[in-house]
Design a binder for this molecule. Sequence first.
Ligand SMILES: Cc1ncc(COP(=O)(O)O)c(C=O)c1O
Length: 392
Amino acid sequence: MSVKLLNRLEGALEQAEENGTYKHLRFIEGPIGAEIQLEGRDHISLLSSNDYLGLANHPEVVEAARDALLKYGASTASVRFICGTQDIHQQLETALANLHGTEAALTYSSCWSANTGLFAAICEEGDVILSDALNHASLIDGIRATGKGVVRKVYKHADMADLEQKLIEYQSAPSRLIVTDGVFSMEGDIAPLKNIVELARKYDALVVLDDSHGLGVLGKTGRGTAEHFGVMDGIDIFTGTLGKALAAGTGGFVTGPKAITETLIQKSRPHLFSNALPPSVASAGCKSIELLLEHPEWVQELQEKALWFRNHLKSLGLNPLEGDSAIVPVILGETSTAIKIAADMLVEGVFVTGFGFPVVPEGEARLRFQISHAHNKDQLLNAAAKLKACLR
Ligand SMILES: Cc1ncc(COP(=O)(O)O)c(C=O)c1O
């Protein structure tokens, strides 16, 4: 075996360790919740999970997954168009379409797969994709995967004047797609969807919304960023994940007109060349959607907790970024500082992640707190106090 490549990688890893930017995986012993057992330590407060509604270990969700495992087995061990999928997948897709008020839905093994498989399947030469500068990496990769002749442009983050100018510029293109995250995962801010929908109507564009961090978190009933702004019917295509607020474990989806989902079945590469969701996950997803619909008060309480935590950090002089979501970042500067403070927080019993370059711009490394309905006020008070102490 040639060792040159391995030597190069080892050198880069050593350098990252030296710079304090190495990402170490942590091992949780048992299920997640507001508190976890982590590497032999009990009662670690967890503020770095996307389990916004506390459903990841909800007894009814776990039971739904277990029942489906017993009923359907572990999987079809196949790609969907080759061997078919089980009726539980159909139930999940119907539930997702109903939740978003769209004609149809199609599931993928992750939202990463959904986003990377969407654009190349539906866009043709001359079509124009306008993408927010802070969109998630999976949208960026999905847009990059489009074929020759598809025009790909980035508009400044949430900048409606820039977006409008680009819509005007490409007014004669066959189709225009505006692509945005609902909640921006590193900033915790939300896309100005009302304005985006207005522009889309004015310039005859489609809106594609990845609401992975908005579903279950925003809006009166948790339908996400579009519900928050009252523009559910202005979104043409939703993408999202079963792996955050819905907490089924993994899985993603595209919902929208049947012409879109049927085209994806014909042409979307992650759908054509990769296995379907396990039925246990599909069943857990169905149960999570059911619970979300039954408990809009969980969503309201989550929103109140996130707002309270933001305000509390401000009252301690800790300056979180503004936003309406359950993602509350605090900017610390250098990547190594964010990683060091996250490590100190863990020593103090609070698990929160530090993000640095290249995930966020150089000099804007941050701790990202994620609030869950499962958190109680004491935990949030404690996390804020520990941050204050660690920063001292
Ligand atoms: C905005 C956004 N889209 C897509 C994804 C990918 O989701 P999944 O874990 O289902 O692949 C994420 C996950 O981090 C995300 O934050």
